[in-house]
Structures are given as C-alpha cells and as structure tokens.
Ligand binder design. Structure first.
Ligand code: PMT
Length: 340
C-alpha cells in the first residue's frame, strides 16, 4: 500500500511569512557567548576524530564538500518530550550529495538524524517504502524484476562510495548539536592547504529561534490539569555564517540557501544575505516551488533555473540542474584563488 496523499505541504496561504527584519550577523563575542553557555555535545570529540581521518584521507586527492541537510529541532525540555521542528525532509541535501559524489567530490554529510540519506532515500520513508520493491519468489525475498535495473544502478553507486570511503555521515538533531558540529567541521576544513577547493553547501533548515540551555526546563513541562497557557520565550539563534566565512574556513567556496514563502521578497533577501555574509553564492527558493525552481544570486548575476514539466515527469530532479552550476562557479572560484 503506497501513501498517495501528501500531508507535508500545507496550503501556501497558511505558510508562515518571514518578512520580519533579520538579526545582525554574529561577531566574535556572540560566538564565545554562545559556545560558553550552550554545552558541547558529549559525542563531539569522537566525531571530530572521524572528521579528521576523513579529511586526511581525501586532502590533496579530491575536492571536499560539506553538505548540511534537514531541519534542526529546538527542545522545550532537557529530557525531551516536546520540541519545535521544521518541514525539511533533507531531499535537497541528500540528492545534491549523490551528484557531488558522482562528480568526484568527497562529501561530509551533516544531516538531521533519520532524515533522507543519499542512495537509501530512493527506497525509504512512506512515499518510497522499500517493501514495495520486493516480491516473494520460491520462498525467497527478492527485488521485483521491474525495479532490478534502477536498483542495481543505485546499489553500484552506493557500493563504490562505501568502498572508497567517499562519504562521511555526521548526524545532528538539535540546533545546538548542529552549531557545535558545523563549527568543529569548519575549523578542521579551515586548516587545509588549498581552502579554495573546499565547498560548503548549506542546505539545512536551521532554526532561527531557540531556548538557551540555561533556560530549558529539565523535565517534561506539566500541564497542571489543563487550563494553563504555555508561554515559550525564544532567543534568536546567532547567525554564524559570517564567522564561518571570515574566521572558521576563510577561502572556501560557500553556498547558502535562502528560503522564503513570499516570492516578492525572495530576491531582495537573497541579495541581502550575500551582502551581509560576504560569501560567494546564495540559492533562493520558495517553500511552495522549491522542487522545481531556484534562483542563483552572486555578486554580479541573478539567474533563475526551472525544471520543465517534461523533465519533472521523466523523474529528473532540480538538483541535476543546481549541482553542475554550483560546480561551474566552484571551478571559477578555484581558478581565481589559486596561486598562478
Ligand atoms: O530538505 P528539503 O525538504 O529538500 O528542503 C530544502 C530546503 C528548502 C530546506 C533548502 O533548499 C533551504 O532553503 N535551506 C535553507 C533554509 C534556511 O534555513 O534558510 P534561512 O534563511 O533560515 O538561512 C539561510 C542560511 O543561513 C542557511 O544556509 C543557513 O545555513 C545559514 N544560517 C541559518 C541560521 C543560523 N543561525 N546561522 C546560519 O548560518
């Protein structure tokens, strides 16, 4: 039985309009304050070791990309029963990672745990349940003939990536885990001898507001028998992109995404992001049309890319248009930043 209705796309008129003024980019002081007051995840040192090993294996042999993917959560309780989440499924990040790997990049995939993963995304979650691809034959479970060719292709790509250790999976759930891990990986990548060969592709949907650790309730918030309102007081999450560009990984090519729901402000917000953070490329997208339309904004150009209806019907994904263009811009970035 296939789930043939989608519950993840509310009518556009009920989507949030984030036309509010933005908080300024975080400077050094905001960075120290954040990382001093929000504790380091206890597993981070172990992940750091794996990241170091991965970078050592690929440095100088191929370009390395950090792809962030999926949404961060904001826990309302320390022993978390409830949390604030967002819609991102990780499709953009997982699909783009497959294409970057195909083009010779090694990829650190910083993703929301249990969101879509490269390769397995084709057969996971309710819209593509892996059981629908299987049949019973002579008492054995096997793949249905009609999916053999397509599945063999995905399997071979996946096995090649595994064999050559071309992808490192690094999970996060909360916005605090994301921030700590992003900074740790960025600082590691910042030590490479040719930083211009590194690509940051920041497709994760990062919470804009959170509850700092010192204000999070330790136990499940009680409803006190009903009738009481729950007032949630959220602080803005520091905008660390400027720190990343200028201090954590200077010289790398950085692509950020701008998500809006109101088409009339998408371009101005994307331009503003480029100006504030001083990086190379903002990819603007609207919640409602993100799967078939994106706008690339650089310092000297604005270019819209659209997936035609025909392409969409044939199963082509917009990332197949996005990634070659990102690589083209990355090539230019490398040429203009390499010693002659
Ligand atoms: O996963 P899918 O369902 O396929 O959806 C893909 C997507 C719509 C989530 C993706 O294409 C996208 O737009 N991702 C970015 C969404 C987002 O959070 O945008 P933003 O405007 O809040 O942030 C802009 C950029 O600033 C992001 O690249 C983020 O990495 C960065 N940022 C955000 C918050 C923060 N505190 N610090 C940051 O540096």
């Amino acid at each position: 039985m296939k789930a043939n209705v989608s519950t993840s796309h509310p009518p556009p008129e009920s989507a949030i309009d984030r036309n509010a003024p933005e908080y300024p980019p975080a400077e050094g002081e905001a960075e120290s304050h954040y990382f001093e007051t929000n504790p380091k995840p206890e597993y981070l040192d172990e992940v750091e070791g794996r990241v170091r090993e991965f970078i050592k294996l690929h440095d100088g042999k191929r370009r390395i990309a950090l792809v962030t993917s999926g949404g961060t959560t904001v826990p309302l309780e320390n022993n978390t029963v409830r949390f604030i989440d967002n819609f991102s499924a990780g499709t953009r990040g997982a699909t783009s990672t497959e294409l970057l790997l195909e083009q010779g990049y090694a990829v650190i995939f910083l993703h929301r745990q249990f969101s879509l993963l490269p390769y397995s995304r084709h057969y996971s979650h309710t819209t593509n349940c892996f059981l629908d691809y299987m049949v019973e034959r002579d008492g054995q479970v096997t793949i249905d003939d009609k999916y053999q060719e397509e599945m063999m292709k995905v399997l071979k790509q996946y096995q090649n990536v595994q064999k050559h250790k071309l992808m490192l999976l690094v999970p996060f759930t909360t916005v605090n885990q994301y921030m700590w891990t992003l900074r740790m990986i960025s600082l590691q990548l910042g030590q490479l001898s040719a930083p211009q060969t590194t690509l940051f592709y920041l497709a994760a949907a990062v919470s804009d507001f959170f509850i700092p650790t010192y204000r999070v309730s330790e136990h499940k918030i009680q409803s006190e028998g009903g009738g009481e309102k729950l007032m949630v007081n959220l602080d803005p999450v520091p905008k660390f992109l400027k720190r990343l560009v200028e201090n954590w990984t200077p010289g790398a090519m950085i692509v950020s995404f701008k998500l809006e729901t109101d088409s009339s402000i998408l371009l101005s917000k994307s331009r503003k992001a480029l100006e504030r953070y001083n990086h190379q490329l903002v990819i603007g997208n609207l919640l409602q049309t993100r799967k078939h339309e994106v706008t690339f904004v650089t310092n000297d150009s604005v270019q819209k890319y659209t997936l035609s209806e025909e392409d969409e019907k044939s199963g082509k994904e917009i990332e197949a248009i996005i990634i070659p263009q990102v690589i083209r811009i990355h090539n230019e970035w490398i040429s203009s930043n390499s010693k002659k």
